[in-house]
Design a protein around this ligand. Structure first.
Ligand SMILES: [Zn+2]
Length: 150
């Protein structure tokens, strides 16, 4: 299906980036119904959530990368300080790298927070984790029961 079955509801959903997690449960039913019946909006919703998760994943990776960079610089610095002759340009290079890594870290932290606030990614990820936990919880007693029966 390439078009929405109800353009009025579809437009509203589109303006919310297909995120209905913020609306009250009573108001949500109409939109949930539409999402259940409209394949177009459902695929759009999936695309938007994929983007959200990709963004938060990317900013998390950036944070880790800049933390690693800082750790490496921190590790290199004492070795350099041990040198009897400290070349000024080397010091400047290390300081510049350090400043760049700190700035990068702050920028990716800010990006992470923005994504977490502006998108339903945390809600979505929490929901997925809960779902997984429920699946596991359902599976474990079953296996135990099967083992007891055997
Ligand atoms: Zn639709």
């Amino acid at each position: 299906m390439s078009t929405c079955t109800d353009s009025v509801v579809g437009d509203i959903l589109s303006s919310w980036r297909y995120d209905i997690s913020g609306i009250s449960p009573e108001m949500r039913t109409d939109y949930e119904e539409h999402l259940a019946t409209c394949a177009f909006c459902r695929s759009r919703q999936r695309m938007h959530r994929t983007i959200d998760v990709a963004l938060i994943g990317l900013s998390t990776l950036c944070i880790v990368a800049f933390l690693l960079a800082l750790a490496v610089i921190h590790h290199v610095e004492p070795l350099r300080s041990a040198a009897v002759v400290m070349h000024l340009e080397h010091r400047i290079v290390v300081l510049t790298l350090q400043a760049a890594a700190v700035l990068g870290l702050l920028a990716s932290l800010a990006a992470w927070i923005l994504v977490a606030i502006a998108t339903p990614a945390p809600v979505y990820l929490t929901g997925m984790a809960m779902e997984q936990a429920r699946v596991l919880q359902d599976r474990i007693p079953e296996e135990l029961r099967a083992r007891l029966r055997a």
